[in-house]
Design a protein around this ligand. Structure first.
Ligand SMILES: Cc1ncc(COP(=O)(O)O)c(C=O)c1O
Length: 368
């Protein structure tokens, strides 16, 4: 079976051995080194390494000022991880529709929800589905000053919106995941990038109980002015991450080459794209829209190619129904979730694999 996901392990792991032998594995010099390296790579000095993408989202919502009873606009087309922190903070979800060409949150749908709920909306979470950036200029043009924008970039490390990398300063916060099967993995891990200094300084304190590690003259009995979380990254994870970053450009290049071949070769299915704005996907996923989804997946499995939608629409989960406050008409969500399917695009695919997948997808028409 050609897999949809594979764990990327770097060839060189010398930093990890160094850490394990050093006698210090908590948050320390390797986290700092990882942060400096990824900060240079995304072009933003305000980066906060944490222990998962979910923690990154939770902390971003806290920094955005989201509290119990507040409203947060989000998309149902994502991992439950995007939305669970809204629930855990006691806030309420307003479901927005998605654009049926990109599977990303629709700025028009956000606008409708904002005009209904105004300043009660404290944050909007935009997920770059599969690595394809949302239309951030359009989203920002409909946001009131009271709502902060969170880019859930768990899929989109290396994506570009109008030339700007995810994590630069496209949004107030961008959050990344370094969980097992992402572009880079640190075992588990995550990152927040911030636009403003105040959020950055507060975020660094809150990731580790609320303690300011950089405070000059810090002592063992310092006060905790604001209670935080245990969300910090540790040096074991960071050591793996440092090596992963050395291979990220190659990983992205290979994924983009494969995607280009798909875009040129796939004749019988639509695939995720937008001709409305300048976007460069990081291709964590390559998403196609296939007729008769179940049949398509069975057909692909018979041909030894893994394919599936990866995430199911979140508004259908019973747990989220309890926390949903309202919803726009989800016409785009209805439409795409009947046909959305991801095919392998990872760096492990050989040229033969890619040609074989194109051939099989093109032959699918004859099977329906
Ligand atoms: C869109 C999205 N957001 C957030 C997350 C959460 O990341 P993590 O698993 O690192 O907590 C994921 C994980 O797959 C995801 O797909």
């Amino acid at each position: 079976m050609i897999p949809l996901f594979k764990v990327h392990i770097p060839k060189d792991l010398s930093k990890l051995h160094e850490t394990l032998e050093s006698g210090f594995v908590a948050e320390g010099p390797k986290v700092k080194e990882f942060e400096q390296k990824i900060s240079a790579w995304v072009g933003n000095e305000k980066v906060i390494a944490v222990n998962s993408g979910t923690s990154a989202l939770h902390l971003s919502l806290v920094l955005a000022g989201v509290k119990s009873g507040d409203l947060v606009i989000s998309t149902p087309v994502t991992s439950p991880a995007t939305n669970i922190s809204i629930v855990n903070l006691g806030a309420k979800i307003l479901w927005a529709d998605v654009d049926e060409n990109t599977s990303n949150i629709s700025p028009l749908s956000i606008k409708k929800l904002i005009s209904k709920y105004g300043e009660k909306v404290k944050a909007v979470i935009a997920v770059d589905w599969g690595g394809y950036p949302c239309d951030y200029d359009e989203i920002k043009s409909v946001l009131p000053d009271s709502a902060r924008l969170i880019q859930d970039a768990a899929h989109s490390l290396g994506s570009k919106y109008k030339g700007n990398l995810a994590g630069s300063t496209i949004a107030d916060f961008s959050t990344f995941s370094f969980q097992a099967i992402k572009h880079i993995t640190t075992g588990d891990g995550g990152l927040i990038t911030c636009k403003n200094e105040e959020d950055f300084e507060r975020g660094k304190r809150l990731r580790w109980f609320g303690i300011d590690r950089n405070k000059p003259g810090r002592t063992w009995n310092d006060d905790l002015p604001e209670i935080g979380y245990k969300f910090h990254m540790n040096d074991i994870s960071a050591s793996i991450g440092i090596h992963q970053l050395d291979e990220l450009d190659t990983t992205l290049k290979r994924r983009r080459e494969t995607a280009k071949k798909y875009e040129a070769g796939l004749k019988s299915v639509k695939y995720q794209h937008s001709d409305k704005y300048n976007a460069e996907s990081a291709y964590w996923l390559f998403t196609i829209y296939a007729e008769q989804l179940e049949k398509f997946m069975q057909y692909m499995e018979q041909n030894q190619i893994a394919s599936y939608p990866v995430h199911i629409r979140n508004d259908n989960y019973t747990g989220f129904k309890k926390s949903a406050y309202d919803s726009d008409k989800l016409v785009g969500v209805e439409k795409i979730t009947r046909s959305m399917c991801c095919i392998p695009v990872g760096e492990w695919l050989s040229d033969e694999d890619v040609n074989y997948i194109i051939e099989k997808v093109n032959l699918y028409k004859e099977h329906v």
